[in-house]
Design a protein around this ligand. Structure first.
Ligand SMILES: C[S@@+](CC[C@H](N)C(=O)[O-])C[C@H]1O[C@@H](n2cnc3c(N)ncnc32)[C@H](O)[C@@H]1O
Length: 242
C-alpha cells in the first residue's frame, strides 16, 4: 500500500531534525515518565490514556503519514499537552532515539496481524523485538500488547515467558477482560463484531544483568524496508485537509 504524503503542520508533530537536536526526552517542556505508543493509528487510544495519566508524557508513532495527521488533529482538539506525534518505524526509533531503560510504558494495540503463514515473520512483536524493548523499558516499565488476532496472541503467549526480564501482571498469559484499558478504533471495531481482544500486561524486572540490556541489533524488518521505499517515492506536499 502506498501513502499520499500530506505535509503535517502541527505543533505536536515532531520531525527527525528536532528529535536529533533535542533527544526524545527533551521534546516536551517538562521531564516526566515517558510512554510510547507504537502504531497509534488515528490516536484515539492515546488521547484517552494521556488524559487519565497527566503525570506522564506520551510519544505516539506510526509509519502512516495520514494516521499521524489524524492523531495530531485529535491531540490538538483535546488540548492535551502531554502528547507528541512522530512518523517513525518502531525498531528504528528505539534503536536510534530512545535511551536505554528510559520508557515507563510501551503500548501496542492491534498491530498488523499478518494472518498468512508465510507472512508471520513480518509481525512486529517477536523474540528479537521483545529483547530490544527490554533494553529500552525502565525498571518496572509496563508493556501492554492488545491483539484481536488469536494466532498472534498465542504466538506472543508462547514467546513472552521465554524472554527473560518480563514479569506477567495478569493471572493468565493474557486476558480478554479489558478492565479500564482504553479502547482503540480497531479494538472497538472487533469488539462490536463480538470478537475478543487479547490483552497482555507485563512489567520489566527491576534488576536485569548487563547482558540482557544489550540491544540485539537493528534487524531491517519488513516495515523498515517498506518505509525507506515510501520515503524515496514520496515527498510531503503542503495540502490543507479539513
Ligand atoms: C491495524 S492498525 C491499528 C491502529 C491502532 N493501534 C488501533 O488499534 O486502532 C496498525 C497500525 O500500526 C502501524 N504500524 C505497523 N507497523 C509499524 C511499525 N513497524 N512501526 C510503527 N507503526 C507501525 C500501521 O501503520 C497502522 O497504523
Amino acid at each position: 500500500m502506498t501513502q499520499r504524503m500530506i505535509y503535517i503542520d502541527s505543533p505536536v508533530f515532531v520531525r527527525e531534525p528536532e528529535l536529533k537536536a533535542k533527544g526524545i526526552e527533551n521534546i516536551f517542556p517538562d521531564r516526566r515518565p515517558l510512554a510510547l505508543e507504537i502504531g497509534c493509528g488515528v490516536g484515539d487510544f492515546l488521547v484517552q490514556e494521556a488524559a487519565r495519566r497527566p503525570e506522564w508524557n506520551f510519544v505516539a508513532i506510526d509509519i502512516f503519514n495520514k494516521g499521524c495527521l489524524k492523531t495530531c488533529n485529535r491531540v490538538e482538539a483535546t488540548g492535551l499537552t502531554n502528547i507528541r506525534v512522530m512518523r517513525a518505524e518502531a525498531r528504528w526509533l528505539l534503536n536510534h532515539f530512545v535511551p536505554p531503560q528510559s520508557l515507563a510504558a510501551v503500548y501496542i494495540n492491534c498491530p498488523d496481524p499478518w494472518p498468512k503463514k508465510r507472512h508471520r515473520s513480518r509481525r512486529l512483536v517477536n523474540r528479537t523485538f521483545l529483547e530490544l524493548l527490554r533494553c529500552h523499558l525502565a525498571p518496572g516499565g509496563h508493556f501492554w500488547f492488545a491483539t484481536d488476532f488469536a494466532d498472534y496472541a498465542e504466538m506472543v503467549a508462547d514467546i513472552l515467558p521465554t524472554v527473560e526480564g518480563y514479569i506477567r501482571q495478569t493471572e493468565t498469559p493474557y486476558t480478554t477482560d479489558l478492565g479500564d484499558y482504553p479502547v482503540s478504533k480497531y479494538m472497538r471495531r472487533f469488539l462490536e463484531q463480538g470478537q475478543p481482544i487479547h490483552l497482555f500486561h507485563y512489567r520489566r524486572a527491576e534488576d536485569l544483568p548487563a547482558e540482557l540490556l544489550k540491544p540485539p541489533g537493528l534487524e531491517p524488518g519488513f516495515r523498515l524496508r517498506w518505509l525507506a521505499r515510501e520515503n524515496r517515492r514520496n515527498r510531503p506536499r503542503r495540502i490543507k485537509e479539513g
